[in-house]
Design a protein around this ligand. Sequence first.
Ligand SMILES: Cc1cc2nc3c(=O)[nH]c(=O)nc-3n(C[C@H](O)[C@H](O)[C@H](O)COP(=O)(O)OP(=O)(O)OC[C@H]3O[C@@H](n4cnc5c(N)ncnc54)[C@H](O)[C@@H]3O)c2cc1C
Length: 217
Amino acid sequence: MRSRSIILAPGARWRAMNVPGEDAYRNKGVAYCPHCDGPLFKGKRVAVIGGGNSGVEAAIDLAGLASEVTLLEFADVLRADSVLQDKLFSLPNVRVIMNAQTTEVEGDGSRVTALAYRDRPTGTPHKIELEGIFVQIGLVPNTEWLGDSVVLSDRGEIVVDTHNATSVPGIFAAGDATTTPFKQIIVATGEGAKAGLSAFDYLIRLPSAAPLAAAAE
Ligand SMILES: Cc1cc2nc3c(=O)[nH]c(=O)nc-3n(C[C@H](O)[C@H](O)[C@H](O)COP(=O)(O)OP(=O)(O)OC[C@H]3O[C@@H](n4cnc5c(N)ncnc54)[C@H](O)[C@@H]3O)c2cc1C
């Protein structure tokens, strides 16, 4: 296919824990977006998986809603910015467990009831009774298929400017697959509108006999 302009919007996918019970209880207690699903866990016990910036931000956010937040980190240190860690450790209803390898999501058939994990240095199994699990171990943009056709960030996101232009003239991008922060519907749709207007702007400036932009055949 050939085109004078292209808008890329392939989205992104949440990295999963890949443990038994995760698929069965997805959207039945296993969640990936604290801004989206946090209010469903008001007054309940939740865990956050992952101690990077996303996980610590999620735990801080959820601490304002949930009764208890347990953050589990696989490594022996949190990778989040120290300012976020300071905030996290100041919260009375948050506890942090390092060296924790999640092993299973448990439930009663309709909802999550517990999270099992193993202490990595000793191998000792543990269980936390809870109602919600927020998995925060990465959001992977669906950009592998682009190869090096447009510039990607070190996280694989399509690098866009404030007009949603990519590194290639005529190719624009929007949504979760781009470097634009805050992966939310309202942001993605607004960016999509901007990308459309930018493509229009680009097209009306093309000479009428301009060749078609390169695109994947
Ligand atoms: C479980 C869950 C709950 C969420 N809840 C909320 C919420 O309550 N509120 C909120 O604001 N946000 C929520 N979000 C985030 C929101 O869904 C995203 O921010 C938004 O959908 C991003 O829009 P997008 O168009 O960039 O990507 P997407 O909506 O992911 O759309 C991308 C589309 O491109 C397709 N695609 C991918 N690769 C290719 C390809 N090579 N060729 C053709 N098509 C391709 C995909 O199949 C998909 O259909 C949630 C996300 C998840 C996963």
